[in-house]
Write a protein that binds this ligand. Sequence first.
Ligand SMILES: Cc1cc2nc3c(=O)[nH]c(=O)nc-3n(C[C@H](O)[C@H](O)[C@H](O)COP(=O)(O)OP(=O)(O)OC[C@H]3O[C@@H](n4cnc5c(N)ncnc54)[C@H](O)[C@@H]3O)c2cc1C
Length: 353
Amino acid sequence: MEKTKVVVVGGGVSGLTSALLLARTGKYDINLISKYLPGDYDIEYTSPWAGANWMSFATKEDKRQQEFDRITYEYLVELAKDMPSTGIWSKKVIQYVRQEDLEKESGLLGGLAEARPWFADLTPNFEPIARENLPKGYVQGITYDSFCINTQVYLPWLQSQLFVLGVDVRYKTINHIREAFDAHKSGQRAAIVVNCTGLMASKLPGVMDSKVYPGRGQTVLVRNHAPAMYNVSGTSDGDDEITYIMSRVGGGTILGGCYQQGNWNGTPDPNMAQRIIQRCLEICPELEQDGKLDVIRHNVGLRPSRVGGPRVEREKSPDGWLVHNYGAGGAGYQSSYGMATSVVNLVEQALLE
Ligand SMILES: Cc1cc2nc3c(=O)[nH]c(=O)nc-3n(C[C@H](O)[C@H](O)[C@H](O)COP(=O)(O)OP(=O)(O)OC[C@H]3O[C@@H](n4cnc5c(N)ncnc54)[C@H](O)[C@@H]3O)c2cc1C
């Protein structure tokens, strides 16, 4: 029987993971098209710039986001255990909370201020940090086992899995979402288009989602190693600055960062870089091996944030079924398998109608 033709638009973590889970069903003839693909670096392409780790921001009430993150955590357990070629490894997370952030419970810091967040039973070795073991200035802390994803390794790995499963991957820029229906290499019309265009969903004709906006993030990639991954609830350098450390398998550590809503500026700010380095050294002095930090690169990426959370839903357009998967904000990796699982279900439902 001829397989149903599907075109996935987007070569970031959302598009690659959606294509992978669709391909694993064996039911579809899939093409993935994208303006940028793994190996490229551009301000319109968020995925290469991420840390990236699993550190859920889902609040206790947000069951949908929890489910996305839970499903992904379970995949990451397997990927880190059985497949070192993915660039994913298990790492301890240490999160500290300041007194003034205790009441904050939404957005980037959601869940942090809770002594027992929703994922306490999911993540092994979860435990509160005793007050006497907290650094000065912090009133609460938790630690648990999580994962760090080396995006330089993981994105090409995802792409290679698509090749193994016979997915056609190629560069193509579309100027309207309807063009994707005619982009299948067979020359026949696709029955389904999966839209994983990230931040550009805000500008792509036929989608033009006005709820999507950039959450600018600046980081410093250093050669130094940190013993764990760290995160702090807030900073005294302004509400849009944050502090985190993510140590990658294969070397290199990401120091962050900031979350600047609505800011499209792709140029690193040297003053902010200094503040990031200083804050990270305060919470992890062990970073400074041989008395210095060895900077590889200053990075800026734009998180594809969306008012009301990610859009993972199907839409009957005049051209055919669209399944959307974009707007993951700062959680595109840690929710990737959960969101892609929903994509598979939505595609199946659409084809039944
Ligand atoms: C500094 C920083 C740190 C982060 N840390 C983490 C973290 O620790 N954990 C985590 O889970 N997430 C993290 N994120 C968030 C994560 O990176 C994003 O949520 C994720 O990369 C979004 O992936 P995406 O595939 O939706 O979008 P993108 O990676 O932007 O991919 C979109 C794709 O669509 C293509 N496209 C767009 N328009 C068109 C068009 N017209 N025609 C053809 N192709 C098109 C693009 O070329 C691109 O390939 C971080 C982000 C930043 C910036």
